[in-house]
Design a protein around this ligand. Structure first.
Ligand code: FUB
Length: 339
């Protein structure tokens, strides 16, 4: 049932196809774009893919990233500015390898770059670096954020409160944790048991620690039951993101081995979220990872695919598409592939 995190399954799609959405950056590979509006511009915090020569495996070791660049756009369609390298693995004392999908937040004029990386024991943790502008320079704290683990931090600001969502299975190691304790072995619930899901924790006022122990983010089906492990088309895999629209909270995430960006709606940042459908269909490449942001009254979906590299899953390029909420609050499905 599960496919492999190699390039073959999805990347066999004709990579010569015309593109509906062009790559935003063509002189670097960029992935997992987290977009925010800071100082009246769109700032994008992506992973920086490169070809390190590490062979592909199901744990994603080929995603061997070692630094971050920050990008900005004055408006949708405007040229994308590369602010250059803002953080390097070598400058993060606790981190050994694999700087995966980052995110950023601003509070009281200080900018915070949150990022996952493997520590010296090859366990994923979340780090944080601070800087005076949206594009750094960023200085990493000497230790990862206590009680964080796994991958894909996403920071959601709700009024004066900031929340971190995180988690990803398989290479993201979520299945190796039990109630905040690292068990070290891969343990998955049975197919008819509630699926592993994203975590949420409120950030402390200092923005560099958690104010509470991470909790499960429940995603429910139409009958109010948690999505099950065997429900691969709908259950959480990685890449959590939250946006608020018309007073409702929208949790969106990748379904991983079924390659959709799916979403649920809830009444609180903590959920529960009721599953609604698909925002973005599978793209060229194994991973699907996105962010959603409003700028000048229009909503946008930032995402990536592997078209620029001809289908190499670990060499991706960020893209953007307008996103539309229907009158009933649902989201129109986007298909970035060309038939
Ligand atoms: O970029 C490395 C990993 O691939 C991310 O952390 C996942 O969300 C997936 O996009």
């Amino acid at each position: 049932k599960k496919d492999s995190k190699n390039t073959t399954e999805i990347a066999t799609v004709d990579s010569e196809q015309k593109e509906k959405y062009p790559a935003l950056v063509t002189d670097n590979y960029t992935a997992d774009p987290s977009a925010h509006v800071f100082e009246n511009k769109i700032y994008i915090y992506p992973s920086h893919d490169w070809d390190s020569g590490v062979p592909e495996d199901d744990l994603g070791n080929h995603f061997n990233m070692k630094d971050y660049h920050v990008y900005s756009m004055d408006s949708f369609g405007a040229p994308v500015k590369d602010h250059g390298k803002v953080l390097d693995l070598e400058d993060v004392k606790w981190a050994k390898k694999q700087m995966w999908a980052p995110d950023a937040a601003e509070k009281d004029g200080t900018y915070y770059l949150y990022f996952p990386a493997k520590d010296s024991s090859e366990v994923f943790r979340m780090g944080v670096a601070t800087g005076p502008t949206p594009h750094g320079p960023f200085t990493a704290l000497d230790q990862p954020i206590a009680d964080t683990y796994s991958i894909d931090p996403a920071i959601f600001k709700d009024g004066d409160d900031y929340y971190m969502y995180f988690g990803g299975i398989w290479g993201g190691q979520l299945q190796r944790w039990d109630n905040g304790t690292y068990v070290g072995t891969d343990t998955y619930p049975a197919d008819d048991e509630p699926a592993l899901t994203a975590k949420i924790a409120k950030l402390s006022d200092d923005m560099v620690s958690l104010a509470e122990k991470p909790k499960d983010v429940l995603i429910l089906d139409e009958e109010g039951n948690p999505l099950l492990t065997g429900d691969n088309d709908r259950r959480f895999f990685e890449a959590a993101w939250v946006h608020k629209y018309n007073g409702k909270y929208y949790l969106s995430y990748s379904t991983g081995d079924t390659h959709n960006i799916a979403y649920g709606i809830g009444d609180s940042p903590y959920g529960p979220f009721t599953y609604q459908g698909v925002i973005l269909k599978p793209v060229l490449g194994w991973t699907n990872h996105h962010s959603i942001v409003e700028f000048d009254g229009q909503w946008y979906l930032f995402f990536h695919d592997s078209s620029l590299s001809g289908g190499k899953t670990y060499l991706r390029s960020m893209k953007v598409a307008p996103l539309e909420h229907n009158a009933d609050g649902s989201i129109k499905t986007i298909d970035a592939m060309v038939e």
